[in-house]
Design a protein around this ligand. Sequence first.
Ligand SMILES: Cc1ncc(C[n+]2csc(CCOP(=O)(O)OP(=O)(O)O)c2C)c(N)n1
Length: 531
Amino acid sequence: MATVRDTTYDLLRALGMTTVFGNPGSTEEPFLHAFPDDFHYVLALQEASAVGMADGYAQVTGAPAHVNLHTAPGTGNAMGNIVTAWHNRAPLIVTAGQQTREMLLLEPRLTARHATELPQPYVKWAHEPVRAQDVPAALMRAYATAIQPPAGPVFLSLPLDDWAQPADPPPPTRTVATRFAPDPARLRQFAAALATSRSPVLVFGAAVDRAGAWPAAVALAERLVAPVWSAPAPERTAFPEDHPHFQGVLTFAIGPLAEQLRGHDLVLVVGAPVFRYYPHVPGETLPEGARLLHVTDDPEEAARAPVGDSLLGDAGLTLAALADLMPPADRPPPPVRPAPSPVEDSVPLSADALFAALARHWPEDGVLVQESPSNLSALRRRLRFNTPGSYFTMASGGLGYGLPAAVGIALAQRDTGRHRPVVAVIGDGSFHYSVQALWTAAQLRLPLVVVVPVNQQYAILKAFAELKHTPGVPGLDLPGIDIASIAAGYGCATEVVQTPDQLGAALATALRADGPTVLPVPIRTDVPPIL
Ligand SMILES: Cc1ncc(C[n+]2csc(CCOP(=O)(O)OP(=O)(O)O)c2C)c(N)n1
């Protein structure tokens, strides 16, 4: 007779979810026992890494990823990256073991108390099945919930004695839509507003990339002859950055952002929040005389926008429909953004010089994973992304995402047969939050390159303290960390790089390797302003 475990593996197979990211414990062993040969268990040495890897993997494969965690402590360790997965719209099915039902009343060791409350409010659905026999159907519901827009993580708490129970007949596998088209009447209103605008400006966010909608974004921008900005602090890029219409990345503060949009009477934001701010710099949300239109697939995101009128819909379907409805505009082309100033290559390198060198040696079709807070402006000035799916970071602001995400992204490049080279730029502070992901990369022999700008400090927090006039904050310096030794300890190749030429040579070697390489690069310690 089929057990709950048998039926669950059959369902996972039918859903194409044969990769499990996790860190095992006693409460998960009854699920994992006799692990089937056609499944792949990706071991992370800490749960934050399991979730970060699964998130990167899901974003590249475009399918939900399964993370299996160890009851309450494992879920707790994973929480930072579950928060990030929520903001990243990553469809994750997070399962966690639970103690034996028979003992739960007395709360034995490793009971997850109020298990479904623990990951809230950063999961779309959290559930502990009432009967063992409900586990497979709950998984089916979890899948359907995770991938419907807006996609995101879901959570199942699964008691360890459920797996051996006799199963009910298997639940039917079901499919659900992952995108929806905008209301045609409201779409026409948006199109009319754009067509009659004196000076429209377009702001594109990560959902454009998630929807595979770069061509539609370019088509609309060219029809409107409108300038294009990236939404502030995007987790993915949405528009070719060498395109003459592209103006750069909007800043993440209220007043200064409105200043960048001055002169426009209509702002169309597609696939991003209005707006993702960081430091509070008061001001008007929009320049005087401007109206804002917002396209999103998330009703909550639409509701919390402080200004503007919204239209619910998939970014790609909406952009394509708008471009079709748009008569070609007759106006002068937008200004071309100035080229960045030349850099000086003296050692230690400035962040600008490091990223200019990285840009010169950038591998064809390369994918960047970024978690280097104070150097972000320099990186975006020097490296330009002109193809979809080429840039990933966290939407949340929580550190500890980039390194494991890069591992998941590199694994997905291998598993999908795309084999795009993956380069991560991870700050020497950020490096440590999920550092054990390096071990998984080494075990999987992933040719991942991790460039670590070493400034021996939490530079962005110094910049924040300066902006906010809060001197005397402790704990912002990081002396005495040997990144290369840590990398070697986890099984990575490593070499400290000082000059642009050394970077070029080390990068070329690393990209040919059959394992990860960590390249610490000492950089100047002056603190760039936060805005
Ligand atoms: C999980 C988490 N803990 C703490 C922070 C606060 N924080 C934001 S940036 C930062 C420093 C990052 O340092 P590093 O990676 O060296 O980058 P730098 O600012 O020096 O460029 C810290 C600690 C955070 N964002 N997330």
